[in-house]
Design a protein around this ligand. Structure first.
Ligand code: MIC
Ligand code: SF4
Length: 620
């Protein structure tokens, strides 16, 4: 039997395996500023002289709002660490990490680990790119292989061609509607079929990007002539290698998407898997439209947008914001007349950065409807809890901005004057190669990582919060302009844990001592931010009891010495819990309700060891 493309790449990087897990060598890493300061503090604590990867890149793209010294302090720290330890530095303004990584660095067949959940954007080029917590990325930079659960491979066959007005974003939104936000956990989504040829690398990357919303470990496209062309216009055709699955490979799960009949669709508030066709949503009045983020901010996306906006003006009640994904994209749209079209239509031009996607400005008005080409519409993420955020394609976004209500772009053509087959400027003026000379500068915003004692194998604790299905890391550790500047200060940021849904959480934890969190399925979906584990640990959380966990968050909990317990239990606030556990079993007793649950401990030996010693940092 032949091999899937995913296993061809994984097996070529495998250094060891158990029945359920495999350790893979990581070729490249990426970090961004909001997770990077922790990742580099962790890296520095290893006492290593330089990174051991083929390539590591440190991006500044999230905390670019510099209201106060904090974010600027962080940027300086990141730049000096990069320079000293052999890491390429991408300065604020150069663009969103995933867009720039795809343009300038991702290589077919390589493994890439990034401290951001949307790292799989780079898989559009035929790499296996995986999102992880900062500490895992720090370990990879130190040359340690990365452990993954051996993934099941989902084969998605793409058939035919997309109609005008339908785009790659609709493919992945459609798949989210089928597979849901937990359908991809511990799986890699592999795309194949004749429909693949019709999708350029940016379109493939849009699809891989939102594989993160499926909870998938990664996604992957073949590396073919289309990939070669993309690398050629990026002046790095030498990075090309053809790669595809064997024709007789067998997938663990199968889906077929007929591109000929696919319709434009949207993820409705407040979940990427709340999917409806646009044809069922028309006539909803729109207040804000935002085009950008690592999902849809390529030059190719703006060609589509300009084709719709050309000669038109946006509706007077709509605010349209545009954030090109990188300096290169900005330069391209400037050169090719697209920027003029956007300005004439009435667009506000935002910085090439994450910006509103992570609540850094552009929060909508009370109860407003906001259409975004982004990847997440979780409760509160936009900065306005009552806003209704829909995730859509650039075509839906542009047409709706003109009409003032959600509109169906089916049939809208790309104008030939906005050509795609042009040479791209290299535009590396904000990329810095390391000189190995800098002294690390650590401003007052950067505090040491707290030390955590092991939780012990028998402890009493109180239920600090009891939650539903699909709790996101945005619920646990909100982001946004107010909170993000404290990413390098655990004591301060811990005040905000669960603050959007339970303002008293952090004070209650500090007053009560040892705590547990109780939740239903897919706890911790969404981002890779390890702050969603470190800050609760700082507040005394020793275990999370949930029906199931999202992949990255589960690893982050273990890395910081919190016990993840896979159990579906009923518990109320401040119920008294006893947890007794060892390598083989876990016993949870709700002393208040007089109920006991026992289960086999599913932790690997390594995970057991990490929790026993209080986390990965203590272990290193
Ligand atoms: C996100 O999209 O939620 C983020 C912000 O990029 C996070 C990382 C972070 O919280 O810093 C992610 O996706 O991992
Ligand atoms: Fe940035 Fe948004 Fe992409 Fe996260 S999802 S990396 S915040 S653009």
């Amino acid at each position: 039997m032949g091999k899937t493309l995913a296993y061809k790449i994984l097996d070529a990087h495998k250094v060891s395996e158990t029945e359920t897990t495999m350790d893979i060598v990581i070729d490249q890493t990426l970090t961004q500023d909001a997770t990077g300061t922790m990742a580099y503090l962790e890296f520095l604590s290893f006492g290593i002289d330089k990174v051991r990867t083929k390539l590591s890149v440190s991006y500044v793209d999230h905390n670019t709002l510099q209201n106060g010294f904090m974010n600027a302090d962080d940027h300086k720290f990141l730049q000096t660490v990069a320079d000293k330890y052999g890491i390429v530095f991408s300065k604020a303004g150069n663009g969103i990490c995933h867009q720039v990584n795809l343009e300038r660095f991702a290589v077919p067949g390589r493994t890439i680990l990034g401290s951001d959940s949307h790292t799989p954007t780079s898989s559009g080029i035929g790499a296996i790119a995986i999102g992880a917590g900062g500490l895992d990325v720090a370990c990879a930079m130190a040359g340690k292989p990365f452990t993954i659960v051996k993934p099941k491979i989902v084969g998605v066959k793409l058939v035919g061609n997309l109609r005008d007005g339908v785009s790659a974003k609709d493919i992945i939104i459609h798949l989210l509607g089928i597979m849901t936000v937990k359908g991809g956990v511990n799986k890699i989504i592999e795309y194949y079929g004749d429909g693949v040829k019709s999708l350029g690398v940016p379109a493939r990357s849009t699809i891989c990007n939102m594989g993160a919303e499926l909870g998938a470990t990664s996604s992957v496209f073949p590396s073919d002539e289309v990939t070669k062309e993309f690398l050629a216009i990026q002046s790095r055709v030498e990075d090309y290698t053809p790669l595809e699955a064997d024709a007789d490979c067998v997938y663990d799960e199968n889906y077929t998407i007929d591109l000929n009949t696919l319709e434009p669709c949207a993820s409705c508030p407040n979940s990427p898997d709340a999917v409806k066709p646009i044809s069922e949503l028309t006539n909803i009045k729109v207040d804000q439209v935002l085009i950008g983020s690592c999902t849809n901010s390529s030059y190719y996306d703006f060609v589509k947008v300009a084709s719709i906006l050309k000669g038109k003006r946006i509706h007077k009640d709509v605010s349209l914001g545009i954030a090109p994904g990188s300096q290169q994209v900005l330069q391209m749209i400037t050169k090719n007349g697209i920027l003029d079209v956007l300005l004439e239509a009435g667009a506000r031009i935002l910085e090439s950065a994450c910006g509103p996607c992570i609540g850094m400005g552009q929060s909508p008005a009370t109860d407003a409807v906001s259409l975004r080409t982004f990847n997440r519409n979780f409760y509160g993420r936009s900065g306005t809890n009552s806003a209704k955020v829909y995730l859509v394609s650039p075509e839906v976004a542009a047409l709706s901005a003109v009409n003032g209500y959600i509109s169906n772009p089916l049939g809208c053509k790309t104008l030939p004057e906005f050509r795609l087959d042009v040479e791209y400027p290299k535009c590396d003026s904000l990329l810095y190669k390391p000189t190995f000379k800098a002294e690390v500068v650590m401003g007052p915003n950067i505090k040491p990582i707290p030390h955590f004692e092991p939780i012990g194998e028998n402890f009493d604790a109180k239920v600090m919060i009891s939650l539903e299905d699909n709790i996101t890391t945005d619920h646990i550790m909100p982001a946004g302009a107010k909170v993000l500047p404290y990413r390098s200060n655990i004591e301060k940021i811990s005040e905000f844990v669960f603050s959007n849904i339970d303002e008293g959480f952090s004070k209650r934890c500090l007053a009560n001592g040892a705590g547990v969190i109780v939740a239903k399925s897919n706890y911790g979906q969404g981002s890779s931010r390890e702050h969603a584990a470190i800050a609760p640990r700082y507040l005394g959380i020793k275990a999370v009891i949930a029906a199931s966990f999202a992949r990255i968050h589960k690893k982050n909990l273990i890395n910081f010495g919190i016990l993840p317990i896979e159990l579906d239990i009923e518990a109320d606030l401040l119920d008294e819990i006893n947890v007794t556990w060892d390598f083989n079993n876990i016993k949870v007793t709700n002393k208040t309700k007089n109920k006991t649950w026992t289960r086999k401990n599913e932790l690997t030996e390594e995970e057991y060891k990490l929790i026993s010693v209080g986390g990965l940092l203590n272990n290193m």
